[in-house]
Ligand binder design. Structure first.
Ligand code: SF4
Length: 222
């Protein structure tokens, strides 16, 4: 199945309780299906639910500006959320909702897009994607993790930088890192190809784990 077919399939989805809790529409995702960087947030908010696209409010505008600061446009990357329907009163999605929606859509989106870097936006999305409880963004932001063969980089949610301007500095720095990590990943892929003639998720992950920062290794997460 391709990304477009999966998106078609998601329209009108009623697979989890969020279907009947006031959503206007499913917000599947938006951007380049061949993106090097894929951003994953928590879930659609008020404006996303009305508009049908992720990150269209104030946080979305800041995300666009941050992309421009590293020479990218929104159309260059892919942006989506852990769950595709707006939780009522913007509450956190519940475990069963996350489980159903990620297994139906998000994990397939990741496989189909196959980005070089997955940037998780904020504590909630980072916890889900890294499968960790109580992620401390102050501790992990901007660092490289390997999860199921993908390079994952947690960064602050743009809304956190709108809430406190102090968060804008690390967020801006982390965007520069994302760009650098994409370049590193390309080199690793070339190296893996030279060595084996065949790039597999496993050997790519192995290569990347060697280059992981000491603090991450000490945490023994992967
Ligand atoms: S949140 Fe996901 S699984 Fe639940 S109804 Fe929406 S699209 Fe379907």
């Amino acid at each position: 199945m391709d990304l477009l077919s999966l998106e078609e399939q998601s329209k009108g989805c009623e697979s989890c309780p969020l279907a009947k809790q006031g959503r206007t529409q499913v917000v599947f995702g938006d951007g380049n299906p061949d993106a090097d960087i894929m951003f994953i947030g928590e879930g659609p908010g008020f404006y996303e639910d009305k508009n049908g696209k992720p990150f269209v409010g104030a946080a979305g505008k800041l995300l666009t500006q941050l992309l421009e600061s590293i020479g990218l446009k929104r159309e260059d990357v892919y942006i989506t959320n852990v769950v595709k329907c707006r939780p009522p009163q913007n509450r956190d999605p519940k475990p069963d909702e996350i489980d159903i929606c990620t297994n139906r859509y998000l994990f397939s989106q990741i496989k189909l897009i196959n980005p070089k870097v997955i940037a998780t936006l904020g504590r909630f999305a980072s916890s889900v994607i890294l499968d960790m409880k109580d992620v401390s963004m102050g501790r992990v932001h901007g660092q490289k993790f390997i999860k199921d063969g993908s390079l994952v980089v947690p960064i602050y949610h743009p809304a956190a930088a709108l809430h406190s301007r102090a968060n804008l500095v690390p967020l801006t720095e982390d965007f520069k890192k994302l760009k650098a990590y994409v370049g590193e990943n390309v080199k690793l892929q070339e190296k893996a190809q030279d060595t084996t003639g065949d790039i597999t998720k496993d050997n790519l992950a192995q290569e990347q784990q060697i280059g992981m920062e000491p603090q991450v290794e000490q945490m023994g997460l992967f």
